[in-house]
Design a protein around this ligand. Structure first.
Ligand SMILES: [Zn+2]
Length: 398
């Protein structure tokens, strides 16, 4: 069977050494001295076994990976970056199929087995980004599971025609309805949130809204999102990405929001940004909020940083949240693995018998050691098939 595999001598989450037998793409047994005649064998060499890393927020359609170096000269405001990107997209003629494939291959080499990518839908690029990323999702389905968010990057109501395009993107097969800063960008918060949720209701899909708005403005928009979630019975089907307002120092602003996130099971995505207020991961998780993370845009017109490595992202989360104790760094790692799985909705995720064999081997004594050392991943497995080895994906990027 193509999806059978025996991995010897690995330590699930850094625990005791076992062998793992995969049958038909799922974990069939974990134990010492397993034998399976005829099944391909990989030697784990005492590496840590973890479920695949989950990249729960990126922008595959617009990375500039492999396109040479483009000096970044965007202005300081969000709208400057949006305008700069709209101009450069035309100048650089970014091929979303090729570029998303490049990032997928890079992500896989670092051990990600799932990606949720926002994909720009606007009146300039139309649906070309969505077509390209969906093409990559199909072409690389054996390497990595790729889901999409139809994302109105240039604004929704402020740019007539975008809502119709977003509707078409959902009909094409986007997995989530996206949104963006209902006050600061669209300047029609009620209209924006109503439109996004109406689309979600119509297509029966979850919502993932970019909310950069800080402090009271962000809290106001989040209240609107929470109100719609409650009114439409969308408990457990809404994610707020960035949510800088939750990093506000005023507990009177933050605590009532956290209470409602718990009540409505609304998830939070944070990159652990170095330069903005960041949602407090430990506080949110303690309250029972699902938290995931992602690399956001990498090597694009928004910024020069990023390498698509979710283990590095776990380190950034740790640094931003002042995680020093091992059990704290382990929380950052969980956000980049099981946290992501819980937010993007991955069936059969984990290391138990019966789980889908989406696996990564990590070099290190413990999970925390692996996060801070970040060695090349010895092995990455997707549904029982080896897809990357020694830090290199076995499928070449275009
Ligand atoms: Zn984003």
């Amino acid at each position: 069977m193509a999806n059978d595999l025996l991995i010897r001598n690995v330590r699930p989450m850094g625990g005791a050494t076992v062998d793992v037998l995969v049958r038909d793409g799922r974990i069939a047994a974990l134990g010492q001295g397993l034998s399976a005649p005829g099944v391909p064998v990989e030697e784990g060499g005492g590496a840590i076994l973890a479920p695949g890393l989950v990249e729960a927020h990126t922008h595959l359609d617009k990375t500039l990976l492999g396109m040479g170096w483009h000096p970044n000269s965007a202005g300081p405001r969000l709208i400057d970056k949006i305008t700069n990107e709209r101009r450069l997209k035309k100048e650089l003629n970014i091929d979303s199929a090729r570029q998303s494939a490049r990032q997928v291959v890079l992500s896989s080499s670092h051990g990600s087995t799932h990606i949720l990518s926002h994909v720009d839908v606007d009146t300039d690029v139309g649906l070309s980004g969505m077509r390209g990323v969906l093409e990559t999702a199909a072409r690389y389905a054996d390497v990595l599971t790729l889901q999409t968010v139809a994302f109105p990057q240039s604004g929704l109501l402020i740019r007539p025609g975008t809502l119709e395009l977003l509707t078409e993107a959902m009909a094409m097969g986007a997995d989530f309805v996206g949104g963006l800063d209902p006050c600061a960008i669209d300047r029609d918060p009620k209209g924006h949130v109503d439109a996004v949720f109406a689309l979600a209701e119509r297509f029966g899909k979850p919502v993932d809204i970019h909310l950069h708005e800080p402090s009271t403005m962000g809290a106001f928009s989040m209240e609107l999102i929470l109100d719609r979630t409650r009114a439409l019975g969308m408990k457990g089907k809404v994610t707020v990405s960035h949510a800088f307002c939750l990093g506000d120092p005023d507990p009177a602003l933050v605590e009532p929001l956290i209470e409602q996130l718990v009540e409505l099971d609304v998830a939070i995505m944070t990159t652990g940004p170095a330069s903005r207020p960041a949602p407090p991961i430990a506080r949110l998780r303690k309250a029972g909020v699902r938290v995931c993370s992602g690399n956001d845009g990498i090597r694009d017109t928004w910024g020069p940083y990023g390498n698509a490595d979710m283990l590095e992202r776990a380190m950034f989360l740790g640094l931003r949240n002042n995680f020093r104790r091992d059990e704290e760094v382990e929380i950052a790692f969980e956000v980049c693995t099981s946290g992501g799985a819980a937010v993007v909705g991955i069936e059969g995720y984990g290391l138990e018998v019966g789980c889908v064999a989406d696996l990564v081997l990590l070099t290190g004594e413990t999970i925390t050691d692996a996060v801070v050392s970040r060695h090349k991943r010895p092995l990455v497995v997707k549904r029982g098939k080896v897809v990357a080895r020694d830090g290199a994906c076995l499928v070449e990027a275009p």
